[in-house]
Design a protein around this ligand. Structure first.
Ligand code: SAH
Ligand code: SF4
Length: 375
């Protein structure tokens, strides 16, 4: 099997090149071809010596997950299903807006954390995605969207920095399938490439990681690569949160909020985004909005209220529109910035928590333990 160049950060590629007796600047050239220009054909890398191109053709390749399915929504949202082996698929969604193009990227095949309202969680956990499979989603999305833009479809291309190749994806959110912090090393390596000026050149504010609150890993992320952070809260008290999000039994709310406050010392933005999915009759009462307002008093934050996206046998229902706006109003009156997430791509099931993919569960969910580690 040839070495997949999408698995490398620039330092790792440089080391791999030096193992072949090649100079560091050669690694940089190839890295730029692959990520900045989206090139996978070594013959097209015309500023490399022919002998190096021939050598690379023998030992290396740019291998991306195959597209099993592609859907375009009436509102311009695009969803892909990628083949990640034996019966498994992960999903990626592109959401175009006036001033940006956001790609929602998956980090695992399934998820072990078993949040009750999440269809990925319901499917159980199969495996972590490799760096190349995480970056492959971005690489393929940029390429496909640029093709669509050339066909006259309304996707705008933006250069991350002067001289860089204009691309449709300007922002990445690690909010697809899986808990990104449970695939820490691969997610951090992939995000490092997203930030690298020789690759995608996205600033740390344009890459957001969403976590259900794996506290010891949040602390590690603050040290290693503090990108913008979103935290899935979904309940104003431990009793309810533990019921709908088992991760809360290992990392209760007080520990989570302390980690959020500490994260802000390193974060590229001066607030944490809290996500709160509104579940009819479960967490959407006015008293719960008031409890939430009290709870978050000491954490600089914004609140993103997400209408629940139903899936078969979920056992939950979307909150009534009146309950959603009342919940928002209470938070706004208490001085918070609280927005209701627009549902996009509804016609193609591209919304949060609906990224079902196809997961063959290899692990019995009930046997999964969330190990606490010293922070
Ligand atoms: N594992 C990470 C990131 C992926 S989930 C996390 O939990 O944060 C991305 C967001 O979608 C999370 O806030 C998650 O709670 C939310 N979500 C999950 N299922 C949902 C559903 N059915 N409807 C709406 N949002 C959902
Ligand atoms: Fe996993 Fe996030 Fe879904 Fe919870 S909400 S099961 S952490 S993907």
């Amino acid at each position: 099997m040839r070495t997949n160049l999408l698995d490398f950060t620039l330092p790792a590629l440089t080391e791999w090149f030096s193992g072949m007796g090649e100079k560091p600047f050669r690694a940089k050239q190839v890295f730029r071809w692959v990520h900045q220009r989206g090139e996978s054909d070594f013959d097209a890398m015309t500023d490399l010596a022919k002998s190096l191109r021939e050598k690379l053709k023998e030992v290396a390749e740019v291998r991306v997950p195959a597209i099993l399915d592609e859907h375009r929504s009436a509102d311009g949202t695009v969803k892909w299903l990628f083949d990640v082996g034996v019966g498994n698929g992960v999903e990626t969604v592109f959401i175009p807006e006036d001033d940006r193009g956001t790609l929602c990227v998956s980090s695992q095949v399934g998820c072990a954390l078993d949040c009750q309202f999440c269809s990925t969680g319901r499917q159980g956990f199969n495996r972590d995605l490799a760096v190349a499979e995480i970056l492959g989603q971005l690489w393929v999305a940029n390429r496909r969207l640029a093709e669509m833009a050339r066909e006259g479809l309304p996707y705008r291309l933006e250069a991350a920095s002067e001289g860089a190749t204009p691309k449709p994806v300007t922002n990445v959110v690690m909010m697809g399938m899986g808990e990104p912090l449970n695939n820490f090393d691969n997610v951090v390596a992939a995000m490092a490439v997203m930030l690298d000026d020789h690759a995608y050149g996205l600033s740390r504010r344009r890459v957001t990681l969403s976590t259900s609150g794996v506290v010891h890993q949040m602390r590690k992320l603050a040290e290693r690569l503090p990108v913008a952070l979103a935290v899935s809260l979904h309940a104003p008290d431990d009793e309810l949160r533990s019921r709908i999000m088992p991760v809360n039994r290992s990392y209760p709310i007080a520990e989570l909020l302390a980690a959020c406050r500490d994260y802000l010392e390193r974060a590229p933005r001066d607030f944490i985004t809290f996500e709160y999915v509104l579940l009819d009759g479960v967490n959407d009462a006015p008293a719960q909005a008031r409890a939430l307002a009290k709870l978050l008093r000491d954490v600089p934050c914004k609140l993103n209220l997400i209408p629940f996206n139903a899936f078969p046998d979920s056992g939950f229902a979307r909150s009534k529109p009146e309950a959603v706006s009342r919940f928002r109003d209470i938070l706004v009156e208490a001085g918070y910035v609280a927005t209701i997430r627009k549902t996009r791509g509804d016609d193609i099931d591209a919304a949060c928590g609906q990224l079902a993919g196809k997961v063959v569960d290899r692990m019995k969910k009930r046997t999964v333990r969330i190990h606490r580690e010293a922070a």
